[in-house]
Design a protein around this ligand. Structure first.
Ligand SMILES: C[S@@+](CC[C@H](N)C(=O)[O-])C[C@H]1O[C@@H](n2cnc3c(N)ncnc32)[C@H](O)[C@@H]1O
Length: 300
């Protein structure tokens, strides 16, 4: 296990099989309410089966060539949530360091309990307790857009990567590859997020479940039927088509993620490329597949 560059505040032993290293989670570039909201979200949706992790993981990691890494390569998973992508990586890498400032880290302790090479750290993006130039690979999937200054958080993350190491990020897209109607539907739905994300946790969770059943499922049905009976291409362009092959658990989880999170930002492909380049990454490749946008770059 790597050494920390500062001492932890506490070590919690989870069910006497997994240690959680607790660090300072107070930093200027974190949204406390959003972090709290994720703690609640991931305690509700804390289990994923291995097929789900593999199938969805394959979508995020489609642009990663794992042959590029040495057998002793070390990975950092920033904003790990339940640790589902750390699990995806645990069979491919020697050591995976999974970091999250929210109580999701306790859900991660449960989900990753069998994986001895996953190390759990409760800390935030500006307080990553490792020296610069430490990691061969860093991932941050669905995280940086929930941080007030996304660019700054990305810069900090990239500093932790070794020269020549790689960084995979997934940031919510600004619908830059979508048409007018799609954008309009989205703008309308965003009004709901604004209100729902401010509700008390239990109410928010119920409202998002209602949205999952009354909005997500019917729209997914329309997109599936369109693909089946009219045109596959048209079906894949309809809202929520991404969920056509996803489980109810994932749909409910993402409904809560989408409508229950106070802070979310969206970025165009161009802006993401610019931020990645500014952070010191080059050789940037975007996946043309959903979820949009996920991209990988290499540290200069
Ligand atoms: C949408 S979840 C994604 C979790 C995980 N990457 C996944 O895809 O399953 C966003 C995660 O970012 C974490 N997060 C929010 N603010 C953060 C910060 N300042 N530093 C690190 N992680 C943060 C949240 O606690 C939450 O678990």
């Amino acid at each position: 296990m790597l050494n920390f560059n500062t001492s932890e505040d506490q070590i919690i032993e989870y069910k006497s099989q997994k240690k959680i290293y607790i660090f300072n989670t107070n930093d200027e570039n974190s949204d406390k309410i959003t972090i709290e909201s994720f703690g609640e979200e991931w305690s509700k949706f804390s289990s994923f089966n291995s097929d789900e992790i593999t199938n969805i993981g394959n979508e995020y990691f489609d642009i990663v060539d794992f042959k590029d890494f040495d057998s002793d390569a070390k990975v950092l998973d920033l904003g790990c949530g339940t640790g589902r992508w750390s699990i995806y990586l645990a069979s491919k890498f020697n050591e995976v360091y999974s970091l999250d400032p929210s109580d999701a880290i306790f859900s991660a302790a449960e989900l990753t309990s069998e994986f001895k090479n996953i190390y759990l750290i409760k800390a935030s993006s500006e307080n990553i307790p490792f020296d610069d130039n430490t990691f061969d690979f860093a991932i941050s999937l669905g995280v940086l857009h929930h941080i007030p200054d996304t660019e700054q958080a990305l810069n900090t993350l990239v500093r932790k990567i070794k020269k020549g190491g790689k960084c995979l990020i997934y940031l919510y897209y600004s619908l830059d590859n979508r048409g007018f109607m799609y954008k309009l539907v989205f703008k309308f739905s965003n009004i709901f997020r604004f209100v729902i994300s401010k509700l008390p946790a239990r109410v928010k969770s119920i409202v998002c479940d209602i949205i999952a059943f009354t909005v997500y499922i019917p729209l997914i049905g329309i997109s599936k039927s369109t693909s089946m009976f009219i045109s596959k291409n048209l079906g894949s362009k309809l809202p929520l088509s991404y969920y056509s092959d996803k489980s109810l658990n994932v749909i409910r989880n993402d409904s809560l993620d989408r409508f229950g999170t106070p802070l979310e930002q969206r970025f165009s492909k161009l802006k993401i490329k610019e931020m990645m380049e500014k952070s010191g990454l080059y050789n940037i490749t975007f996946s043309e597949n959903k979820p949009y946008w996920h991209a990988i770059g290499q540290k200069k």
